[in-house]
Design a protein around this ligand. Sequence first.
Ligand code: AP5
Length: 214
Amino acid sequence: MRIVLLGPPGAGKGTQASRLAERLEIPHIATGDMFREAAAEENEAGRRIRKVMECGELVPDALTNDLVRWRLARPDAQDGFILDGYPRNVEQADTLDGILDDLGTKIDLAIKFMVRGSDIVARLAGRRVCPVCRTVYHMDTHPPKDDEVCDNDGVPLIRRDDDLEETTLRRLEVYGQQTRPLYEFYGERGLLTEMDALGTTEEVFGRLLAVVGR
Ligand code: AP5
């Protein structure tokens, strides 16, 4: 299956995408993770991407589209994938159609994660990540076993730079202006399914499996 996950920052897309990818045995392709990796590099490209992300803006479309074109052509993505964080605007969605056309395939399903504003704030405020293995925690709903260190490697957890309040507000604005139009884009093509993303991660995962027919 070729699936696109859509929703505001903090809706739980990454959390669910990694579980679904494991279940369906297809790759979880998250442009945010790819850019965070690039931003950690001490070179000109890394510094530029870091600056854009720290402001809550989108990385330029040309760079993002090239990255996704490269990733979707990799052998492990030929039997399906879950896209998380891409496309992010109509220009990217059009480009994605073109990339998939070239590969002789198409999107099967776009899933919209429905959450309330108050939940987004709570989820982003409590999020902590491991800077090494990238495991995502939440201090209330999915805390690490030991205070603020990763269960996998014992490394102190960090807050993402773009989870600070001011940047979060800008990310939500960018989402409203640029990403929301994608609901119409995929709706008109008959590919959009809306899914309630409130409740525990288990409950949401159950709904997600039902949406993808598993
Ligand atoms: P990206 O990493 O894609 O961020 P995002 O879309 O804003 O999404 P988040 O990662 O914030 O949230 P999520 O929905 O994955 O939630 P999560 O599962 O972590 O992008 C970051 C930046 O990269 C962008 O701002 C941009 O600069 C750049 N970028 C990325 N893609 C780009 C593109 N295509 N074009 C241009 N630029 C791009 O969950 C959040 C928290 O809630 C966690 O703590 C989790 O444990 C908790 N949680 C999850 N589910 C539940 C639940 N059911 N109940 C309670 N808590 C829960």
